[in-house]
Write a protein that binds this ligand. Structure first.
Ligand code: C5P
Length: 220
């Protein structure tokens, strides 16, 4: 395959972002963080007085913000209406509301269209990370990976990233967000039938990267 499309899905704290960025950088591919796009639209709703729990209001506003993703794996960017959103999309307020916003079908249709056009426009290929990439967004991807890890490992990694946040509280929030993402009606978090599952609980980040790079090279 000349141009390769890699879908990396899984719940939070499995190392999806770190793995996807590193694999894309090593192989000279573009990179897309689809979670950042759902976070960006959620940030816009919060900043513009749209109640994230009011699905009708969110649906009506879904088309309003302009969301632009930069796909260089060494410096991924995201802007909303021209504003740098990289910082604000990682706040606890956005994290708490992103599952509600991303469950709204109008939001998913809009963001899915955007993701497909970015993937189609990536010259040498792309690594796309998310929850429904292999199942819904890019069902014809050349390689589909589904990353998992124990809830304990995921909470420990995430609280490390958040510089010492309480592990038990982090675990609680992660488990709740995964349950919401897995149980929603429209394209829930799920492993595609043809995805390769990689349990990262006992692996270092370098081992996971190595494993995925090998799988991509087998497809090229
Ligand atoms: O990966 P990240 O934690 O940034 O994703 C934030 C949220 O965006 C997820 O909890 C989920 O609600 C939503 N999401 C999604 N579909 C994707 C990627 C993320 O619904 N493909």
């Amino acid at each position: 395959v000349e141009s390769v499309i890699v879908a990396i899905d899984g719940p939070s704290g499995t190392g999806k972002s770190s793995t996807s960025k590193a694999v894309a950088a090593k192989l000279g591919l573009s990179y897309l963080d689809t979670g950042a796009q759902y976070r960006a639209i959620t940030w816009w709703m919060l900043s513009n007085g749209v109640d994230p729990d009011d699905a009708d209001a969110v649906a009506s506003a879904a088309g309003k913000p302009a969301i632009v993703s930069g796909t260089d794996p060494s410096r991924p960017t995201i802007t909303v209406d021209g504003l740098d959103a990289a910082g604000p999309i990682r706040t606890p307020e956005v994290t708490a509301k992103v599952s509600a916003v991303s469950a709204v079908p109008e939001v998913r249709t809009r963001i899915t269209d955007l993701q497909r056009s970015i993937a189609a426009g990536a010259p040498g290929g792309i690594v796309v990370e998310g929850r429904d990439i292999g199942t819904t967004v890019l069902p014809d991807a050349d390689l589909k990976i589904f990353l998992t890890a124990s809830p304990e490992a995921r909470a420990a990694r995430r609280s490390g990233e958040l510089k010492g946040a309480d592990v038990a509280a982090t675990r609680e929030l992660l488990v709740r967000r995964d349950a919401a993402d897995s149980s929603r009606k429209t394209s829930p978090l799920a492993k595609a039938a043809d995805a390769v599952e990689v349990d990262t609980t006992e692996l270092t980040l370098d081992q996971v990267i190595e494993c995925v790079v090998t799988l991509v090279e087998e497809k090229r």
